[in-house]
Write a protein that binds this ligand. Sequence first.
Ligand code: SIN
Length: 482
Amino acid sequence: MNSIHQSPLVHTQNFIGGQWQSSKSDQKIEVRNPADQSLLAEIECISSKDYESIIVYAQAAFDQWKISSAPDRSKLLTALHQKILQHQNELAHIITLEQGKSIAQSLGEIRYAADFCLWYAEEAKRIYGDVIDGPSYQEKFLVLRAPVGICAAITPWNFPLAMITRKLAPAIAAGCSMIIKPSEETPLTALALGEILSQIAMPKGLVQIINGNPQDIGEFFCSHPAISKLTFTGSTEVGKLLMKQCASSVKNISLELGGNAPFIVFEDADLDRAVEGAMSSKFRNTGQTCICSNRFLIHKNILDAFVEKMKRKMKDLRVGKGIEGDHDICPLINASAMNKIQNLVREAVDQGAQVLMGAEPSSQSQTYVPTMLKNIQPNMNIFKQEIFGPVVAITSFETEAQAIALANQTHYGLAAYFYTENFSRSFRVAQALEYGMIGVNKVAVSYTAAPFGGVKQSGLGREGSKFGLDEYVEKKSVALAI
Ligand code: SIN
């Protein structure tokens, strides 16, 4: 096993009731380095015998935390922000080893993750209620904001730290307790956060981090009557299953699901700006984000120019292991991600797509070379599915109406981007696109203070921003007669 165990942040047990607890199960999760598939660690799995004690801790912590003061909740999140940054180098090493991205990208994620703590440290102090006049002068309605209760979070591997804090920080700010189940691909980062949390004074059980069989834990989260809320980031397929399972106890749910982002370049766009945006939105995290541009819709009159400029930029992409340098294209998370991309590209080419760059074997393990295809048709799977890798798939269009129709021709609705220098078109197209987040001449739509989330089958609810807090508070109406 790798030297990762020398880090004081590395744990392989579960973080339950404020302590590292050994499991009653013999099952283990093998964590492998995507860069060479070496075994990094074996994580203990919880067993169903652990469920009740997890709930007892979560409930006791919630009972204590729901009556805490806003300044106290704020203080905890401020301390978490500071501690995350204090440990950023060790955390970056862990993220890079288990997730694959470069150290520079891991550090970027850590700052993004820490920002949610600071943002919600402030928002904790601004959970306001309302006073509404009743039918007579003597009657009033008070609208109180109460924490939802015990929350369960299932988090993904692509941003193993930031996708936790984007859920955890508003939950803590609101007065909730939380049980977190990280992805089986990246449990070490989550457990490292557990170590950081253990250094901060808080009710034991306020935050618990557990690992194990995803189906079993999913069922536990969805069916246990003491858990009030489930928040999940991951695929639409799994989101639908969890939603169904939550029906039996009518849980409050927030879902951040898949995307199929269009990136539209109109004839009147600033092409250099568009290419710059295309590069960062396509290749961030090696194309492994749900808001990465998935379908490039390019006006036919500028197609050749776009392709030439894009090719030039793509040739400069640095391909290699995250741990070995500031690489843009790093190994994919696992073999099945690699197979999926290979199959989508192969199938598209068989159906008439033209390879303009890449689509060839890489010398690096589990790494897909930056690829560009054109003549992508809406009936191809590569147009319909999330690629989650470094492939630029281009479809050309002739009219604005056609671009909008193509962009909306998906059951996803997370992020969409377009480039135009025409002011009225900016408003027209932004309104016509059926997406939760839209970038106009800009692709950085993820920002602590802005709501993140999708429409259609991309999810329910919003994360980040003042709206992210709404997901963790209930409105309680108190009718008063004086
Ligand atoms: C995601 O891929 O789910 C999140 C990406 C982001 O927050 O920018």
